[in-house]
Design a protein around this ligand. Structure first.
Ligand SMILES: [Zn+2]
Ligand SMILES: [Zn+2]
Length: 363
């Protein structure tokens, strides 16, 4: 998108402040790291959607997720804005475009006096049966995440990873396959992919996943029969697939299952050392973030002359974007996690409590 000659440069109206990315004329933050007067929230993960903002503008699905997790601390005024609709905030037009990351995830599209900035939030380009696919939006500046912004991160086809899980189950019919998956997005996607691969048995879930699975179902995402794993007898669980938050797969909770095969669905499973550290026997590379090729592809598809990189390995993507003719710079935002942090704390915060800041940022 060619900026009109009179349009202000994006740097004059969007800046990094301690609480996060701040739109100066609009007087709002995008995904603020601490409570503010007015927040635009891209999606429900705890490092983007924090509790206790005075006003929140987000998609209806994201607001539903925030209400489900934070209850009355979800925010003062919660304003829904569906994909493709526009809302004027102090002279800045705000709209949401799908980001393909989790249910309700959006890119924030900001327009001010003929200048347009798109803030990707988290995104991926792979097909996902549980959410709306990413849509490239032409703009003057594209603010992109770079969680997997290193050439080593090339995620294999997702269906192949699901096939590995089903094959392992066939080879070890007496063992229980326990799959670690983040409570928001990853768990529901893995379930939906198993269903699509023809797996029809009940899928057993850890209690921490129940609420968000119900929420996805209420939004029309088919998950088939789910059963609470807590209620199950050890012998019933032989040969079954159980999903649990990553924090639960290696602890006492999992040991009571039938000779468990510990699996983990994450883009980080590309790093063998990570899988080892977590005691993962069967790593499944299933990511809700763009891999290196998807990041580069997206820069080309969006076609913004200028790219601001945040949230991960900024340097490599800045370098490569520059080589491909984009003006690129790193934006250093604090308080961003690699993905959802462990769900125990994030899923059920004390009302009013500050969520824990993620500590780990790089592979
Ligand atoms: Zn996210
Ligand atoms: Zn994130």
């Amino acid at each position: 998108m060619a900026r009109a000659s009179t349009a202000p440069h994006p740097e004059t109206w969007l800046e990094v402040r301690p609480a996060g990315l701040y739109c100066i004329p609009g007087d709002f933050y995008v995904d603020p790291a601490r409570p503010v007067e007015r927040a635009v929230v891209t999606h429900g993960h705890a490092d983007h959607a924090r509790p206790n903002n005075a006003a929140v503008l987000a998609t209806p699905e994201t607001l539903a997720i925030m209400r489900s997790r934070y209850r009355e601390a979800a925010g003062g005024t919660l304003e829904p804005l569906a994909y493709g609709e526009g809302r004027e905030v102090n002279g800045v037009k705000v709209a949401f475009a799908p980001a393909g990351h989790v249910l309700g995830s959006a890119q924030a599209v900001l327009e001010y006096r003929g200048s347009r900035i798109v803030i990707s939030g988290d995104y991926k380009r792979r097909e996902d049966p549980t959410c709306t696919a990413f849509e490239p939006v032409p703009c003057d500046v594209f603010v992109t995440e770079a969680t997997f912004g290193l050439p080593v991160f090339r995620h294999p086809p997702t269906d192949g990873e699901i096939a590995k899980l089903l094959e392992s189950r066939r080879l070890f019919p007496e063992r229980t396959h326990v799959v670690g998956a983040y409570a928001l997005g990853k768990a529901q996607r893995v379930i939906a992919l198993l269903r699509r691969a023809g797996y029809e048995r009940p899928i057993w879930i850890h209690g921490a996943l129940q609420q968000l699975c119900d929420l996805y179902r209420d939004h029309g995402v088919e998950l088939g029969e789910l059963r609470p794993a807590t209620a199950a007898e050890k012998r019933e669980m032989a040969g079954e697939i159980v999903l649990a938050p990553p924090s639960a797969i290696a602890d006492r909770w999992a040991r009571r299952l039938s000779d468990p095969v510990t699996c983990m669905a994450s883009g980080w499973m590309r790093v063998r050392q990570r899988a080892k550290q977590r005691g993962v026997e069967l790593p499944l590379i299933v990511s809700d973030h763009a891999d290196w090729d998807e990041l580069i592809q997206t820069l080309d598809d969006v076609g913004a002359p200028e790219v601001w990189v945040t949230h991960g390995s900024e340097e490599a993507l800045v370098h490569t974007a520059g080589q491909r003719g984009f003006r690129a710079r790193a934006l250093s935002l604090i308080g961003r996690g690699e993905e959802e942090q462990e769900t125990g704390a994030a899923a059920k915060p004390e009302p009013g409590a500050e969520p824990e800041l993620p500590v780990e940022r790089k592979p």
